[in-house]
Design a protein. Structure first.
Length: 208
């Protein structure tokens, strides 16, 4: 079960991890993008991590909504609206839920990932963050259906995200800036799939 404190710890971990890995993410965005992914996402997550000191949220969904809006307003590029939508949609199914378990988080994760698709229109194999999120959601649901608790579901989701991230290396990008390179986008990991995996690994560390 995860409460508001756990969700705030999740965002703090996301911010610390992405800030520490910011140069790595930016380096991944150099050959197939414009070398700003690390700075984009770490700027946004830092602003999100500061929210907990500025305001008492009272509920998980109010907090996650504010995280989503903060990402939309502070992160530039493609990833800002995509991650912003992810957290906004994650919030909705958790309204009136104080202690989030595997079932509730599974519904929220599905809504969040569907939000990314609604906004970015990515399909599996397009070499985007969706290639990490989609297998993560599938793994989460599989574990939850077998009766696993939130911690185990999140660990399985994070592992599946990492495999999905690694599989983006061979893909040819069909969405976003990297798609301008066509076949030359192959042979590089997707930066967004890499940061998405970091967010899910942080969830496994903090929400279980
Ligand atoms: P920009 O490409 O505008 O510079 P970022 O560098 O912050 O934005 O983010 C790039 C990442 O955004 C890509 O690695 C990819 O994972 C993700 N991305 C781009 N377009 C889409 C899309 N249409 N759907 C899902 N993810 C996308
Ligand atoms: Mg970029």
């Amino acid at each position: 079960m995860a409460d508001l404190n756990a969700f705030q710890a999740w965002i703090a971990d996301c911010s610390a991890t992405v800030t520490e890995q910011s140069d790595h993410l930016t380096d991944l965005d150099r050959p197939i993008g414009d070398a700003d992914h690390g700075s984009n996402v770490s700027r946004g997550l830092k602003a999100c991590a500061e929210l907990a000191q500025q305001q008492d949220f009272g509920s998980v969904d109010a907090y996650l909504k504010k995280v989503g809006m903060t990402l939309v307003s502070t992160v530039g590029g493609a990833s800002g609206p995509l991650y912003g939508t992810f957290f906004l949609r994650l919030a909705a199914p958790l309204a009136a839920t104080e202690d989030v378990g595997a079932r509730e988080f599974g519904q929220a994760l599905r809504a969040g990932v569907e939000g990314i698709v609604a906004r970015g229109k990515a399909e599996a194999g397009d070499k985007t963050m969706y290639d990490a999120f989609a297998p993560a959601l599938e793994a989460f649901d599989r574990s939850a259906a077998e009766g696993a608790g939130l911690a185990e579901c999140l660990q399985d989701a994070a592992r599946a995200a990492a495999e999905g991230r690694d599989a983006t290396e061979a893909m040819i990008a069909r969405k976003g800036r990297a798609s301008y390179l066509g076949e030359r986008s192959a042979g590089h990991l997707d930066p967004g799939a890499t940061s998405a995996t970091m967010l899910l690994e942080a969830a496994a560390r903090t929400l279980g």
